[in-house]
Design a protein around this ligand. Structure first.
Ligand SMILES: O=C(O)[C@@H](CO)OP(=O)(O)O
Length: 329
């Protein structure tokens, strides 16, 4: 399948897992998503209209790097490094667990791989494993700008975290946490061991909960429901930044990123099922003239291939264009 071939070198296997805490929404209200079926084909059409509109007024800011050209911006996606529950093979979802030592190393390694790619703004989920990953990765960056988490949960939080030097602000990168980028809420599976759950309910059932597009785990979110909030957030808050020429990094989770990649790569509901993301592997896209172009995953900061549009990717893109009529049900 095209998806599997394409992602061969940059993505891999499912990892372990997760509980409830800071999803930013209540289970009941999240379940109301089920009634609103997402139609990616429709979203795609709407998105290209808005890209075109936005690009009529190019960015006014002067880029401070060589990669950026008018109407062009880099987008880096990174799944958090291994978490303590990944290590224990527990369903994690929105439970807020930190990285393991290996996860810390993965984040640092990811940072080295992207250390030559400019980053103007960082979006993370509200979960610590994504935030740790973003911070550790940025410490490796060549520009040595300081990533600073923006706290806008209250007026006081905003006021008390103000910076009063323009020079210092210039040497900083805003980090915007958003619950919409959180991992898929795994409902009553959170905290359960994946292997034991498969033994109890059957491999097939657990595979369906984990990888089907529109079947939610008990009292949790399906990928479709996760996509509904993650893609909407991406369109409303991240695309405008890219259209304005800002280079963006997103540190998030296996499933919130799978849904965003589904949107960026125009994957069908069938194709996204076989898309797996490894922990701590950065993926680079170039946003240009209203389109997202996948550039692969930098193996090292100077890897030439990252900056070229490879034949394989071109063929994949062509196939996606040919298949663009596929309707997601
Ligand atoms: O447990 C989870 O939250 C996720 C990611 O680790 O697991 P899965 O691979 O089943 O999507």
């Amino acid at each position: 399948m095209a998806t599997a071939t394409f992602h061969q070198s940059i993505v891999s296997f499912a990892s372990p897992s997760s509980t409830i805490s800071q999803c930013g929404f209540k289970i009941d209200s999240s379940l109301s998503f089920t009634s609103k079926k997402i139609n990616f084909c429709k979203i795609k059409a709407m998105a290209s209209v808005s890209y075109n509109n936005t690009l009529l007024s190019p960015s006014k800011t002067i880029p401070d790097n060589t990669l950026k050209k008018p109407n062009e911006a880099a987008l880096i996606l990174i799944r958090h490094g291994e978490s303590l529950w990944n290590e224990k093979n527990l369903f994690t979802g929105c439970v807020d667990v930190p990285l393991t030592e290996k996860g810390v190393e993965e984040a640092i390694e990811a940072g080295k791989r992207i250390s030559n790619i400019p980053v103007d703004v960082i979006f993370t989920s509200s979960l610590i494993r994504a935030q740790m990953t973003a911070m550790l990765a940025m410490i490796q960056h060549r520009r040595k700008k300081v990533p600073i988490i923006l706290h806008d949960e209250s007026e006081q939080a905003k006021t008390w975290s103000q910076v009063f030097s323009d020079e210092t602000k210039n040497q900083s990168i805003p980090v915007i946490p958003a619950w919409q980028l959180n991992e898929r809420m795994y409902g009553e599976l959170q905290g359960l061991n994946k292997q034991e759950t498969a033994e109890r309910y059957g491999k097939q059932q657990v595979h369906e909960w984990r990888r089907s597009y529109d079947i939610p785990p008990p009292k949790g979110e399906s990928l479709e429901m996760c996509a509904e909030r993650a893609v909407a957030y991406f369109q409303d808050n991240i695309e405008p930044k890219l259209a304005a020429g800002k280079n963006v990094m997103i540190a998030a989770h296996g499933n919130s990123l799978r849904s965003i990649i589904m949107y960026l790569d125009k994957l069908t509901c069938q194709e996204v099922i076989s898309l797996e993301l490894s922990t701590g592997i950065p993926l680079l896209y170039i946003f240009k003239e209203g389109k997202f172009m996948k550039r692969g995953s930098p193996v090292g900061p100077t890897e030439a291939g990252v900056y070229a549009y490879t034949k394989r990717l071109a063929q994949y893109r062509q196939k996606l264009e040919e298949d663009s009529e596929v309707i997601c049900s």
